[in-house]
Design a protein around this ligand. Structure first.
Ligand SMILES: NC(=O)C1=CN([C@@H]2O[C@H](COP(=O)(O)OP(=O)(O)OC[C@H]3O[C@@H](n4cnc5c(N)ncnc54)[C@H](OP(=O)(O)O)[C@@H]3O)[C@@H](O)[C@H]2O)C=CC1
Ligand SMILES: CC(=O)N[C@@H](CCC(=O)OP(=O)(O)O)C(=O)O
Length: 337
């Protein structure tokens, strides 16, 4: 039996973690955290858990969490994560961090895009980036996993085969991405109020979104060339889902069928990437850990489409994939619905 704790249990990603973990009878959820002093029962916060998990959300210290749990899912916002993770690791826990705090390798890049000084900089660069489709071999022995961002994993999975095979130019890649509103988390913000975002689509973070350096760093590692992207996220009036529509420039002429073969071969044996003929849609991956990918041509321009559920493949689902590999469970445990 593996004992796990979830920090930030009142949030959206944590709810998905709980639902998935409840499907694995070898896992026991032993602690949930919240800053709330009232210690609310988890079913007061997430009523769909009524009768399924009898735990309160407590304001626990790292030492108290480590007393109960072997593994911790840290579903806190960035900055809050790096304030607790060093203590959790020192107390012997293995951690999957859903925030962005350990994804980038350079503290100066973190500071530039996140506008915070990193308080645990020596772990940057050595923390394993938890995208199992690329680095499954590094995950089982890791004590800390940096879970990817939702836009980033969607974009990276769509572009990685092309980068790895040198089929596209490393610069001038346009990534036009749309996210459902749950991507912004459960904490109320003006822009995610219903009248603000319903019946409307708008771009945000233009030229400044913090997933830009994450996408560039990972794809640079995959292709071995300095990748530069223009990444424009959009908030769309749906609860969940991400669609990334991407425009890389080919280095040589190649047919659509040959490209799809490249993708199928790259993702052979990877249970959660589906290379499909039709154009992906978020509704076909909603509530699942799948990433659907396809390609089309508009004249000579290659267009790559990649769709995920931001809360599952973009957050909790990939976190569980990482946990399964770390704890020695099948990679798919709890994730096939
Ligand atoms: N939503 C998504 O699609 C994705 C999210 N992520 C990342 O996963 C993590 C969790 O995301 P998500 O569940 O959406 O976030 P939420 O805002 O829904 O939940 C985060 C929880 O963390 C707790 N918390 C603890 N410290 C703080 C703090 N200083 N400021 C604010 N909240 C705090 C809050 O609980 P309480 O108030 O009870 O203490 C809150 O409910 C984040 O790092 C996010 O960036 C990654 C990929 C996709
Ligand atoms: C719609 C929306 O607001 N989405 C979030 C991305 C969610 C995510 O993946 O964030 P992390 O990198 O913190 O994990 C955003 O644009 O900031």
């Amino acid at each position: 039996m593996t004992k796990v704790a979830i920090m930030g249990a009142t949030g959206y990603a944590a709810l998905e973690l709980i639902k998935i973990l409840l499907r694995n009878s070898d896992v026991e959820i032993v602690a949930l955290t919240s800053r709330s002093e009232e210690a609310p029962h988890i079913s007061e916060i997430h009523p769909c858990l009524e009768g399924r998990l009898d735990l309160r959300c407590e304001a626990l210290t790292s030492a108290e969490i480590a007393d109960r749990a072997d593994f911790v899912f840290c579903a806190l916002p960035h900055v809050a994560s790096m304030e607790v993770i060093p203590d959790l690791l020192a107390d012997g826990c293995r951690v999957v961090d859903l925030s962005a705090d350990y994804r980038l390798s350079d503290p100066a890049v973190y500071e530039k895009w996140y506008h915070h000084v990193h308080i645990d900089p020596t772990r940057l660069g050595s923390t394993v980036y938890g995208l199992p489709e690329l680095w499954a071999d590094k995950i089982p022995s890791a004590d800390l996993i940096a879970n990817p961002g939702c836009y980033t994993s969607t974009a990276i999975l769509g572009l990685a085969p092309l980068m790895a095979e040198g089929l596209v130019e490393p610069t001038g890649i346009i990534i036009d991405a749309k996210s459902g509103v749950s991507g912004a988390g459960r904490n109320p913000k003006l822009g995610t109020l219903y009248p603000e975002c319903n019946e409307s689509i708008t771009a945000y973070g233009v030229g400044t979104h913090r997933h830009t350096p994450e996408i560039e760093e990972v794809l640079t590692t995959v292709g071995g060339k300095d990748v530069k992207v223009t990444f424009t996220p959009h908030l769309t009036p749906m609860n969940r889902g991400i669609l990334a529509t991407m425009y890389p420039r080919l280095t040589k002429a190649i047919s659509r069928d040959a490209l799809l073969d490249v993708y199928r071969s790259f993702y052979q044996g990877k249970p959660f990437v589906r290379v499909i003929d039709r154009i992906p849609a978020t509704k076909n991956v909603a509530g699942t850990n799948y990433c659907d990918i396809s390609v089309q041509f508009a004249g000579d321009q290659l267009i790559v489409f990649s769709a995920t559920d931001n809360l599952i493949k973009g957050a909790a689902g990939v976190a569980i994939q990482n946990f399964n590999l770390m704890a020695g469970y099948p990679e798919t445990a709890g994730l096939i619905v």
